[in-house]
Design a protein around this ligand. Structure first.
Ligand SMILES: [Zn+2]
Length: 96
């Protein structure tokens, strides 16, 4: 365990971890399924380039979760249909 000097009390205190523990209570199986769904949506997934391009000059992608068409405008961090978090990291790398 690491200790840090508290300048107000001039005593050494254990360093607190930089995160909080969040308790999530799932009382029913449905609650637990909802919780798993939310966790799954918050994990970024890469959009899938669509087979057919519906808008000319704009790359169309499909949501990896619900399959809805998405247009890469650099602003869409979440699927507007199902809330899936989207990971555009590869696309961003290409622009450097
Ligand atoms: Zn979606």
């Amino acid at each position: 365990m690491d200790f840090v000097l508290n300048k107000e009390t001039m005593e050494f205190e254990p360093v607190k971890p930089p995160y909080k523990t969040v308790e999530i209570r799932c009382e029913t199986k449905e609650d637990y399924n909802d919780f798993e769904k939310i966790v799954a949506l918050s994990q970024p997934k890469k959009p899938i380039p669509a087979d057919e391009q519906v808008i000319r000059y704009v790359t169309t992608y499909e949501c990896p979760n619900c399959g809805k068409h998405l247009v890469d405008n650099g602003l869409l961090n979440y699927c507007y249909n199902c809330g899936q978090k989207l990971d555009w990291s590869d696309e961003m790398d290409g622009e450097k």
